[in-house]
Ligand binder design. Structure first.
Ligand code: OFO
Length: 173
């Protein structure tokens, strides 16, 4: 059985994962409208992953005798300026999520909830991979600078990049 404190913290994380999915969906739509198909595909995929992260938490809370609450979400931005700025936002957002997961893990230790602590290790590992992926993408973007040919290739190749491929060191090259 979850303590009220852990249940509330897990529900807060459910909202954060749902909002992450919305943020990346909004990025996908922006990129699609700008004709950046590869980037859009990457963001649509990322949005789906965040929804999966949310669902995993929903199921866990309910399985442990809690009630996963589906709440109203903050609307994401709709205009990201440039794709460079958009990927910087993605990176910043992942750092924010990692901090939130860390706080959550901390609460489970305070509450001596070792089952939830164990369950959350999957998220800890996932955040390491997502941060690494975002950093790798930002490095690539810096290399491209304002080169149009570079952007063309980046947009073409990014569809192959996923969190899993980043984790295995294969970045679609
Ligand atoms: Fe849910 O992993 Fe990104 O934010």
């Amino acid at each position: 059985m979850l303590s009220k404190k852990v249940e509330k913290a897990l529900n807060d994380q459910i909202k954060i994962e749902a909002e992450s999915s919305q943020v990346y969906l909004s990025m996908a739509s922006w990129a699609e409208v700008k004709g950046l198909e590869g980037i859009a595909g990457f963001m649509y995929g990322h949005s789906d992953e965040e929804r999966m992260h949310m669902l995993k938490l929903v199921k866990y809370v309910n399985e442990r005798g809690g009630h996963a609450k589906i709440s109203q979400l903050k609307a994401p931005e709709t205009d990201f300026g440039t794709f460079q700025k958009m990927f910087q936002k993605l990176y910043d957002h992942e750092i924010f999520v990692s901090n939130s997961i860390n706080d959550l893990v901390h609460i489970t230790l305070e509450e001596k909830d070792y089952a939830t602590h164990n369950f959350l290790q999957w998220y800890v590992a996932e955040q390491i991979e997502e941060e690494a992926l975002a950093r790798t993408i930002l490095d690539k973007i810096n290399l491209i600078g304002n080169d149009k040919g570079g952007l063309y290739l980046f947009d073409r190749d990014i569809q192959q990049i996923s969190v899993e491929s980043a984790a295995s060191g294969n970045l679609g090259e």
